[in-house]
Structures are given as structure tokens and as C-alpha cells.
Design a protein around this ligand. Structure first.
Ligand code: PMP
Length: 367
């Protein structure tokens, strides 16, 4: 495929090469830019073990398909068009188990592409149906065929064997990091400034690691002093071990390997959160504030509470509410979850929530 070709010969499709875009594509990209990013910041006050703390969370539910992955899908397509790695009529081929598939399906179809998604065959029926309803084709991959890693291998094989294919490769591409360096990071800085809050740290669960690496890259340039921590499930410490260790229920983070774009040496300490604790926290955010967020949002909130507590009374930490509860209706998120001694949620008291609007368009200046 052209993209595989460009990966092998980066000098031919070098990053400084800007292609003239068809006006129709530019117009469609412009519409997508108006639908993606510029999300609100939820400033949540809480008390944990006697300390009053603030968690500032980007409300990514507002995006086009309702998750943070829309930022990545759009930016990868923008970069690919700018560098001639994709052309109208190409089929987008990606391996994913969730939000990335939904994001590429919607963004891909909006740009006029066919979309082919490889995913493990045990994913929930809702996920499959959402992707199919967006006009994409799903290729199910069984556990015997390698499950998640098998999906990546099969997507790669398809891209190698066919012409007119664009393979985004979310776990490897710098465009994934750049999506957050150019949008998520600058938005957080502006919104914290507008709220008059200084956050000592940012924390985010690692799926591809695009969010945490991109915010880190921006923070290093423009938010000196803000630490950036990756987060993973305590039940399945892939980042600490380099491979899949156990099972966990925080969908969207901690797959079976450390993604190529993640450089742990650049980041601050790994934060661990139990999946049951994340579920309890997401339930509490929904029932106290009406914030119907997903399980990884509960995990991120707890990671922020942990870091803010360590930093001391009155501290603030920024994080992400990656998606809504809608894709988890048939999961433990909507069942009664037993509390355990090591959980934080039973000691977290939610005090209040105020909303900081998005900083506005154009938000891609990178400033
Ligand atoms: N939470 C959810 C629900 C996700 O779908 C993802 C993306 N896989 C993440 C968190 C992690 O984001 P990233 O891929 O940028 O690390």
C-alpha cells in the first residue's frame, strides 16, 4: 500500500511535504474541526482523607462520536492528507477494540472513505453495532487468531497486500501524540488559566499513550512544572512489566503491550488504580453530579485524587473524562460493585462541580 511504502521510504513522503488538498476535502476537514475538541473542563472539588482537593477533567463526551479518540482520528487524517499518505477513495484499515474504531468510522465516512476495522470477536454487541451503523466493515478476529495482537497483524497484512489502503497505525504514529500536543494540552492550559487554577500534575490512563505523551510534549514547552503521569490498572500492570499480566475491566486502557509511542523514561511515576475502584468512582460521578462517564474516567479521577492528595491540601490535578457510560451499559459499570479495603472511592466525598467552557476556535494554534 502507499502508506506501507511511505513508512519504508520516509524520504519520499517526507514530513515537510505539503500537498494541495481538494477543496472538498478541506471543507470536510473544516467541518470536523468544528465538531471535535474544544471540550469543557469540569472543575470538581472533593475531600479525601480530610484534605480538600481539586480535579480538573476534560469532558471528552462532547466530541463528534463521544470520545477523546475523535481528536486522534481527525489529526491523523489531517496529517495524512497534508503529506500525501492518503488519497480520496482509499480504504482506512485499523485494528481497535473500541473508541478508535468508532472515531475512524465516523471521521473516515465523513471524509468519504471506506473503513475496515479488525477487532477481537468478544467485544460487546453495542460496539459492533455502533461501528456498523457508521457504515464501516468489521472483521472479527478470534482468540485463536491472536485476539487483539492478531487484529493488528491482520490489519497490517491487509495493508501490505492491497492498493489504495491507508493504515493509521495508532500505536506507532507521531500524529497521535501531536493530536494532543496541539489540542488537548493547549486547551487544558487555557482553561486552567481561565479558572485561576494551577495544576501540579496531569494524569491519564494509557491505551495508545497518545494522550499522556502529547500532553507531556506540550507541558514541557508551555506548562513548566506540571508533572505528567501515566496510569494503568493495578490488576494488570502492563506498563510496569512490559506485557499483559492479568485481567481488568477498564476498557480502553492497558492492552497487551507497551505501545511504540510511549516513552516511560520521559514521564513521571506510573499511577495504579483498581478496576473495581474505577467503576465505583464512575458510578459516584454519575449519581452525584449526573456525569455519566465511562470506567476509564473513573480511573483517571481516582489517579488525580491520589496525586493531589500526595501534593497536599488545596492541590489541583488535571485529567480526562475519555467517554460516556453509554458503551458500558451491559458491563459491571451498571451493576453493583463490592467495595474493597484498598479502594479510595468510599473515602472520596464529592463537594461541587463547576464548568469552564472550551477556549474556543481556532484551537489548533498550538499556543
Ligand atoms: N479511555 C478510553 C475509554 C479509551 O477508549 C482510550 C483510548 N484507547 C483511552 C482511555 C486511552 O487514551 P490513549 O489511547 O490516548 O492512551
Amino acid at each position: 500500500s502507499r502508506d506501507a511504502h511511505s513508512a519504508r521510504h520516509p524520504d519520499i513522503f517526507g514530513t515537510d511535504m505539503q500537498h494541495e488538498l481538494a477543496p472538498m476535502i478541506e471543507e470536510r476537514l473544516e467541518s470536523l474541526r468544528a465538531l471535535i475538541g474544544d471540550t469543557r473542563l469540569m472543575v470538581i472539588r472533593c475531600r479525601y482523607q480530610g484534605r480538600e482537593l481539586t480535579v480538573c477533567a476534560k469532558y471528552e463526551v462532547q466530541n463528534f462520536t463521544g470520545s477523546i479518540k475523535d481528536r486522534m482520528a481527525l489529526h491523523i487524517m489531517e496529517d495524512a492528507y497534508a503529506h500525501g499518505a492518503v488519497e480520496p477513495g482509499d480504504t482506512i484499515v485499523e485494528a481497535t477494540s473500541g473508541n478508535t474504531g468508532i472515531a475512524f468510522s465516523a471521521v473516515g465516512r465523513a471524509l468519504g472513505h471506506d473503513v475496515r476495522i479488525y477487532m477481537p470477536d468478544w467485544m460487546s454487541r453495542e460496539r459492533v453495532m455502533v461501528i456498523q451503523s457508521l457504515g464501516a466493515e468489521i472483521v472479527p478476529v478470534t482468540a485463536e487468531e491472536g485476539g487483539f495482537l492478531g487484529s493488528i497483524a491482520r490489519a497490517e497484512a491487509y495493508a501490505e497486500e492491497h492498493e489504495h489502503v491507508f493504515a493509521p497505525r495508532q500505536f506507532e504514529t507521531q500524529s497521535n501524540i501531536d493530536a494532543h500536543r496541539l489540542t488537548t494540552g493547549p486547551e487544558i492550559r487555557r482553561q486552567l488559566e481561565a479558572a485561576g487554577i494551577e495544576a501540579c500534575a496531569f494524569v491519564a490512563g494509557v491505551g495508545t499513550g497518545g494522550t499522556v505523551m502529547g500532553v507531556h510534549a506540550y507541558a514541557r514547552e508551555r506548562m513548566h512544572g506540571m508533572r505528567v503521569h501515566p496510569l494503568e490498572p493495578a490488576n494488570s500492570p502492563t506498563l510496569r512489566t512490559g506485557h499483559r499480566v492479568g485481567k481488568h475491566r477498564i476498557q480502553g486502557i492497558s492492552d497487551e503491550f507497551i505501545p511504540a509511542i510511549v516513552d516511560l523514561d520521559m514521564l513521571d511515576d506510573i499511577v495504579d488504580v483498581w478496576d473495581g475502584d474505577a467503576i465505583l468512582m464512575a458510578q459516584q460521578l454519575a449519581s452525584k453530579f449526573g456525569l455519566g462517564v465511562g470506567i476509564s474516567a473513573g480511573a483517571n479521577f481516582l489517579g488525580a485524587v491520589k496525586l493531589a492528595y500526595e501534593a497536599g491540601e488545596g492541590s489541583a490535578v488535571a485529567t480526562i473524562f475519555c467517554d460516556s457510560n453509554k458503551k458500558y451499559l451491559s458491563t459491571d459499570l451498571c451493576r453493583e460493585e463490592p467495595a474493597k479495603d484498598e479502594y479510595l472511592t468510599p473515602d472520596v466525598e464529592l463537594l461541587g462541580c463547576r464548568v469552564i467552557p472550551g477556549p474556543g476556535l481556532p484551537w489548533r494554534s498550538g499556543l
